[in-house]
Ligand binder design. Structure first.
Ligand SMILES: [Zn+2]
Ligand SMILES: [Zn+2]
Length: 352
């Protein structure tokens, strides 16, 4: 075992504090990575506060990881020291089930998540990316292009793939009218991808102060969703709507905007159920409500390569690790444009 340092919540009411722990020694297929940047995902906050239950403490969160390879195991063929790499929400899966064989490891019943998930190698719990280094099997390590700003790449590993995957699955492209609900960490990536795929993009927001930002990110139109008249202009006109808002809200106002056979896809996991009573909205136009979860490793690499080719990254605010608790409070107030990324170099300076 090798010692490393990170920031952990010691229990579900504790702020994040410096925490020394161990990473496993390199096995044959392992890659050891020095973490340079880690994005702050809203789900980190849900988990350190144990709002989804089953939290294991101490917990080191973080699953939007970008860094440099330091060392590789004897059987590693895909990476070498010095490579820029990323780690997302998963670090292992069974490899033999139908989901794994279809490159959809995120749905594998034995998928191992980057933190707050049992580590089958040590019998302990996985610790995430708010730390100096991490050890991961090469099959779950992603190539990152050095042509992109590495800090701004970090959020692609969760927010990026969470929005890219459903837009691809439902074949969003030229000629499609696509809605994105919410302009946060997920929503701003949804706007960028839908725009890059050639769709006509309409951003739905509750705050009219986001109109200019949305247009500059690639939206063609912005609709304030509380404005009933503005919403009524779009009835039965959308091919696809990607809903990134997790807070409980009425879904019927969005299903009503879908064309026949249109899909409303949800990617935010709500703490409380969404009220949605109009089955007639679905039946009379064969509309669908669907969900989507991140993406498989193959598709995550495809997304990173697409971003390198089209110069797409996340809009970020960089923070030192010492500001993480403050950053959480700001995320809860939607006071970030559009993702906090921790500069993990600041952890080194203060604890070496
Ligand atoms: Zn996430
Ligand atoms: Zn599997």
């Amino acid at each position: 075992m090798q010692n490393t340092i990170g920031y952990a919540a010691l229990n579900h009411t504790s702020p994040l504090v410096p925490f020394v722990f161990q990473r496993r020694e390199l096995m044959a297929e392992d890659v050891q990575i020095e973490i340079l940047f880690c994005g702050v995902c809203h789900s980190d906050i849900h988990q350190v506060r144990d709002e989804w239950g089953s939290g294991v403490f101490p917990m080191v969160p973080g699953h939007e990881i970008v860094g440099k390879v330091v060392k590789v195991g004897s059987e590693v063929s895909k990476f070498k020291a010095g490579d820029s790499v990323g780690i997302g929400c998963m670090i292992d899966s069974c490899g033999v089930c139908l989901d794994c064989l279809d490159d959809l490891e995120q749905f594998c019943n034995k998928a191992e998540f980057t933190y707050n998930s049992p580590d089958k190698h040590t019998g302990g719990t996985n610790y995430g990316g708010y730390s100096r280094q991490i050890v991961v099997n090469q099959e779950f390590v992603l190539n990152v292009s050095d042509t992109l700003d590495l800090a701004a790449v970090a959020p692609l590993l969760c927010a990026g793939i969470t929005t890219y995957s459903p837009l691809k699955h439902w074949k969003v492209g030229k000629g499609d009218k696509v809605g994105i609900v919410g302009l946060g960490g997920l929503g701003h990536m949804g706007v960028k991808f839908a725009h890059a795929f050639g769709a006509h993009v309409v951003l739905f927001t509750t705050s009219s102060d986001k109109v200019e930002d949305a247009i500059s990110l690639g939206a063609n139109e912005v609709v304030v969703s509380k404005n009933h008249d503005a919403m009524a202009l779009h009835i039965s006109s959308f091919d696809f709507i990607l809903n990134t808002v997790a807070a409980s809200h009425d879904l019927d106002v969005f299903t009503a905007l879908l064309k026949r056979d249109g899909t409303l896809c949800l990617v935010g996991l709500p703490d409380h159920p969404h009220p949605s009573s109009s089955v007639a909205n679905l039946i009379f136009k064969r509309r669908q409500i669907a969900g989507s979860l991140i993406g498989g490793i193959k598709e995550t690499q495809e997304m990173l390569d697409f971003c390198a080719e089209h110069n797409i990254t996340s809009d970020i605010e960089i923070i030192p690790i010492q500001k993480i608790n403050e950053a959480y409070e700001r995320v809860l107030k939607n006071d970030v444009r559009y993702r906090f990324v921790i500069d993990m170099g600041t952890l080194k300076q203060s604890h070496e």
